[in-house]
Every structure is written in C-alpha cells, then in structure tokens.
Ligand binder design. Structure first.
Ligand code: ADP
Ligand code: MG
Length: 270
C-alpha cells in the first residue's frame, strides 16, 4: 500500500463507529497492512460500509414512520403559508429543524377548525422522523382511551414508559371533547411525565382561558398549563377554514347567501 490516504481511513473509521463495529474499526488498519491491500480495496470497503449505513437509515425511517401511526402523511412543502397570515413562517421553519426535541420543549398550535393545525402537526412529525427521532401521533380522545384502558388494567406506568420511548408525541385535538375527571387526571399525569424530559406537540381550538371548562378542575388545569406553556412554542393559526375557502373557490356561493355559511364553531373561536 503506497502510504494510506488519511482522509479515506478517517471516513472508514467514522463508518465503523456509526455502525457500532468497534472490533472491526480497531483491527482493519493492521489487517490492511498485513494483507497489503491497496487504496482501491479501502475505497471498496468504504463503499460497502456506506451502503450498510444507508440501508439501516432507510430501515429506521420506515420503522419509525410505521410506529408514528400518522393518519395521513402531510408535507410541510404542501402547506400554503399565504392562507394563514397570522402564522410566522420563520417560527415554523425553526421548529422544523427539530431543535426543540432534544431541548424537551413543547409546541402548541392554537386555532379554529380547518386552519391547518393537524397538517402542521403531522408535517413537524414527519420532519422529526427524517431527522432520526422517534415520533408518535395520537388524538387527545385516543390518548384518553388508551390511558383509561391502561388504568383499568393497572398498567398506566407501563403505558407512560412506552410513550416516553418516543422523542416526540403529537397530541391532536385537545379540547374538542370535555373529559371526565379521571381522564383529565390521567392526561395531566401524561403531560407531567413528559415535562422537561421529552418533547410534546399539541393542537387545540381552545384559548387557554377556556381550558378549565374542558379539564373540569381549575387547579389541575392551571398546573397543566403551567407545565405545557413553560419552555413552549405557541403558534396561533387564526383565519378562515382552508377547507371552506377551497370549497368556496370550487363552488362559488351566490352573493348574500354566504353570511351564515360558516359553522358556529368558527365564529365563536374568532
Ligand atoms: P385543523 O386541524 O386546523 O382543523 P387541518 O390541518 O385538518 O385543519 O386542515 C384541513 C385540510 O386543509 C387538510 O386537508 C389540510 O391539509 C388542508 N389545509 C389546511 N390549511 C392549509 C394550508 N395553509 N395549506 C395547505 N393545506 C391546508
Ligand atoms: Mg385538526
């Protein structure tokens, strides 16, 4: 071998390290010298290791995407920021970097129905998976059901541990349905467990002032909001429902017939 190329050897070291193959990493240089392999053979070795790394990354991405249980896949690229001027694109782009995940911060998307909260939530989740994070999507109602079932089977701690294995849990539609006291308590436990140890992102149609009505207990709600909003990114999506706007664009309503076209929910949340 005519003097090993240090840059190439450095890349091979890095590949072995990423593949968790310390034995091979420590011995391949001596073996290469003993057997007199040339730079072409080492380039071949680097190629083989890179192929294995890529295959593992793809496999991990696919596994994490299945584990996330997204109802649909939504891309950030398909999100029309012009439709929702109250939303800062720069803040969304900052979240997409995923820095809030190892920082164990929370994301709260607040807005009336149809403004793209779930779309953004799913897109954030997808980007996090692309960065190698483990993500799980749940609706608030689904999470409550899982927690209540676990409670009945005396395995709430186990369920919370399982959820703690996810770097990011996405909780969609908090506040759409009022909870029983027991359910609210379990949800509180879930958020308390993740507080400052894991990242969580939620969507809600409720301004914070209305949360006590949904959670029942005022003191518990205050404690919950305290944990959720501490070190959190709150994004407001206020505007017209994207769906309504789109359907109106497709089937224009005659002038005057429009006044009562929006569901009451929307008018109230504004
Ligand atoms: P929300 O969760 O706020 O009720 P969704 O995220 O479910 O709203 O949005 C409703 C539908 O409209 C979805 O199909 C979503 O992809 C689409 N949508 C909403 N806002 C936008 C937007 N700004 N750009 C592109 N599509 C959007
Ligand atoms: Mg939604």
């Amino acid at each position: 071998m005519s003097g090993p190329d240090e840059a190439l050897l450095g890349r091979i070291d890095a590949r072995f390290r990423a593949l968790h193959m310390p034995g091979a990493r420590q011995s391949y240089r001596a073996l290469a010298q003993e057997t007199g392999v040339d730079e072409r053979a080492l380039t071949f070795l680097e190629g083989v290791l890179s192929a294995e790394l890529e295959a593992r990354e793809l496999h991990r991405y696919e596994r994490n995407l299945r584990a996330a249980r997204f109802p649909v896949v939504k891309e950030l690229g398909a999100f029309d920021f012009a439709a929702i001027p109250s939303l800062s694109k720069a803040r969304v782009e900052e979240l997409v970097t995923g820095r809030f995940i190892p920082a164990h911060e929370s994301v709260i998307l607040i807005g009336n129905p149809g403004t793209g909260k779930t779309h953004l939530l799913l897109a954030l989740g997808l980007e996090a998976i692309r960065r190698g994070y483990r993500v799980r999507f749940v609706t608030a109602a689904g999470l409550v059901n899982e927690l209540l079932l676990a409670q009945a089977e005396l395995r709430v701690p186990k369920l919370l541990r399982q959820l703690a294995a996810f770097d990011l849990v996405l909780v969609d539609e908090l506040g759409y349905v009022p909870f029983s006291r027991e359910a609210a308590q379990l949800l509180f436990e879930f958020f308390a467990e993740r507080y400052e140890t894991r990242a969580t992102a939620i969507t809600t149609n409720l301004p914070f002032a209305q949360w006590p009505q949904v959670f029942g207990d005022e003191t518990m709600t205050v404690a919950l909001l305290d944990r959720l909003t501490h070190r959190s990114h709150v994004l407001l999506l206020h505007g017209e429902s994207y769906r309504l706007r789109e359907s109106r664009r497709r089937n224009p309503v005659p002038q005057g017939a429009e006044a009562n076209a929006e569901p009451r929910e929307e008018a109230r949340a504004r």
